[in-house]
Design a protein around this ligand. Sequence first.
Ligand code: NIG
Ligand code: FE
Length: 415
Amino acid sequence: MKKRTLIGPFKQLLPMTGIKLKGAISDHELEIIEDGGILIEDQLIMAVGNFKALAAEYPEVSTTVLNGNHVCLPGFIDAHTHICFGGSRSKDYAMRNAGKSYLEIAHAGGGIWDTVTQTRISSLEELTKNTIKRANRHLKNGTTTIEVKSGYGLTVSEELKMLRAIKGANEQALPELISTCLAAHMLPKDFEGTEKEYLKMISKELFPILKEENLTHRIDAFIEQSAFSADDIQAYFSKASEMNFDITVHADQFSAGGSKVAVEFNAISADHLEASTEKEIALLAHSDTISVALPGASIGLGCDFTPARELLDAGAALAIASDHNPGSAPMGDLLTQASILGTFQKLTNAEVLAGITFRAAAALKLEDRGKLEAGLLADLAVFHSDNYQDILYNQGNLKPCMVWKNGALVFDRHK
Ligand code: NIG
Ligand code: FE
């Protein structure tokens, strides 16, 4: 017997439907259902509309009646994080603020390699437990789907440990976790060989196990002077494509180049883009690759934001993710960061909200979420307010009062 529940009335319900995937969006394009309701059947949305009309149409269903004013949005999707890691890098943060650059710290033995060392000495159980803890914290801020990368293991067995931890965490965490293999995060300092040899070893030895154990269908690489060059990555991405992995790229963070590779390989997304120039923006805008801005990394490093306004005006699809990681983006608060990106880049409410809902779903190739529409997953972020504009106005300080994941109320601030 299927379980049906009608939730509402919401003062405003924003289904985020009927908006194009690419380009600028004006706030007038946002549909706002006043006195809205959502009918849920098991884990899916069955109907969205006026609360009273739905109650009359389905008189037999149980109802969750909300008192006071509430705004309902699709649960947020964080399409880029590194929340599976050991240790902390507060030392790096202090050094950066005392004048050292991210790359200088990396060269001096800090940076990503420091987290690799600390992740390698963490057990599978510790990594699993910490990933669940971080994911559940994000859920309280309205995030119901989180992409999580490996990339702090950098050997076959250590990358497997991370990806198994992410898989285990997904079974217990409240948000759904989508894993990505980032074994191409940097050339591990203890690998005896070249970048190309390392990548060849990973694709030969690790890729087949990822398939066998169903650990991930996504391959990421950091294309940057301190990591892998566009030339290094060709054979690696070719192999990944041949094996039907989806490709995503850490692109144009400090220097341009990665986005070109992303577009050439028809990557699902190109993420970072702080150093993208007009040329890269045009390339991305004319491609099917989703551009992902990571304001958390700009805030964490104290550097420029991704040119989100220019990307949208050129016609790109822009998602916004937290990049939550121990090095460049330790804050891990998607809504705060997306709001701040909006103020610096002059993004409309519609553009920011699209960037953390349906456009973020597209950055993960997920067609079953990101909008409030019949047939999609019932993932909801509900705020105590009478006006959706309050959400970004409060720059992340207005937290959801309730969150539903797969049709279940998983967080209720009143309780
Ligand atoms: O997305 N850019 C490379 N990777 C991460 C940083 C990881 C780290 O510093 O530990 C990023 O910013
Ligand atoms: Fe990242």
